[in-house]
Ligand binder design. Structure first.
Ligand code: NDP
Length: 333
């Protein structure tokens, strides 16, 4: 496939350009709000065409798909333009600033008959797929609880709009809680019914939260605890799934790289669980290409992105009001 990049971003530079090229795809255009930045990014990454006019890039019949990794408030307009031009869309999380906008994007893609996916990379990892398989095979019995530890230290080069610009979608909840929502849905196969939460600014956030803790009630009765932060240098990441017959401990697995370790503990003892160490983003691109070719679904489709945003924004509302929030997720129909 031949891709347009909407957004001269860090994630495109560090992970996605390599993932596209590794899939045999071409990165044909990069579009930035600033022509000079587009030119610089294109030169740095060997991208033949660049500019600040997305419409002009979309008019190029030699392109098939758009990868959107601009700041969050730009996703909606860029996605709708791409869909109107008949391009497939891989959009970064959070899909948009509101659930209504995200659902509008997904419906537009459905109406246009193009593939639309959300770049939730964690469900593409060998580690998360291995944990999901252990749960699905009944290795821990009935799931009682899931604890997700995703409190990291935001590196200086990412401490821009994320920590001080609510209008661009800043804050740890749209940034990381949205990933954790997808992880919980992916692992447990159900959507939260309600959430309670607290959030704070603990040293980095200016006008946005930089830390959040929330508890989600799942329809099965399982409880989910999620902790996200930008301010924790040494906390480490991971998740634990506890069931009636066993527990899964997955350490260091909330990452962009295929790292970490998984241990299964049951009455039989402790065992290390191996998992494939493929590149998470490359897997997402492969799954997207297959979906475009009519073979299966993307790893996370548009409705998965709507769902993760719904949960994350419910967490923020619960924290803001101090009241439990019901979570109502729009379906695929
Ligand atoms: P960046 O801050 O690197 O890029 C976002 C935008 O900021 C760019 O599109 C660019 O705008 C502008 N920008 C970037 N660097 C500079 C610079 N040096 N000078 C001026 N402007 C600059 O954001 P991220 O790459 O971290 O995130 C982009 C999107 O991807 C977000 O939606 C985020 O949530 C998502 N993301 C997803 C991840 C995942 O694993 N799925 C991981 C990281 C981010 P323009 O293009 O207009 O020039």
């Amino acid at each position: 496939m031949r891709w347009i990049l909407a957004g001269a971003s860090t994630i495109a530079a560090q992970h996605m350009i390599g993932a596209f090229r590794g899939n045999g795809d071409t990165v044909a255009h990069v579009v930035s709000t600033t022509p000079a930045r587009a030119a610089e990014f294109a030169a740095e990454h060997g991208i033949p065409k660049h500019g600040s006019d997305l419409a002009a890039a979309l008019a190029d019949p030699e392109t098939d798909a758009v990868y959107i990794s601009s700041t969050n408030e730009k996703h909606r307009a860029q996605a709708l333009a791409a869909i109107a031009a008949g391009k497939h869309v891989l959009c970064e999380k959070p899909l948009a600033m509101t659930v209504a906008e995200a659902a509008e994007m997904v419906r537009a893609a459905q109406a246009a008959g193009v593939t639309f996916a959300t770049n939730h990379h964690l469900r593409c990892s060998g580690s998360h797929r291995a944990v999901r398989a252990l749960i699905a095979e009944g290795r821990i019995g009935r799931v009682l609880s899931l604890r997700i530890f995703h409190a990291v230290h935001l590196p200086p080069h990412l401490q821009g709009w994320r920590i001080d610009n609510p209008d661009a979608g800043g804050g740890v909840i749209p940034d990381i809680t949205v990933h954790n929502a997808d992880v919980a849905r992916f692992l447990l196969g159900e959507d939260p019914a309600s959430v309670v939460a607290q959030m704070t600014a603990s040293g980095m956030g200016q006008g946005v939260e930089d830390s959040a803790m929330s508890v989600w009630t799942m329809p099965s009765g399982a409880m989910v605890f999620a902790h996200e932060s930008f301010t924790h240098p040494f906390a480490g990441s991971g998740l634990e799934v506890h069931g009636t017959e066993g527990s899964i401990f997955a350490r260091g697995v909330m990452t962009q790289l295929p790292l970490g370790e998984i241990e299964l503990v049951t009455a039989k003892g402790r065992e290390a669980v191996p998992f494939p160490d493929h590149n998470l983003y490359a897997q997402g691109v492969r799954d997207f290409s297959e979906a475009v070719a009519g073979r299966g679904r993307p790893a996370a489709d548009g409705w998965d992105g709507v769902a993760s945003l719904t949960v994350a924004l419910a967490v923020r509302e619960a924290a803001r009001t101090g009241e439990r929030q019901a979570v109502r997720i729009e379906g695929r129909a």
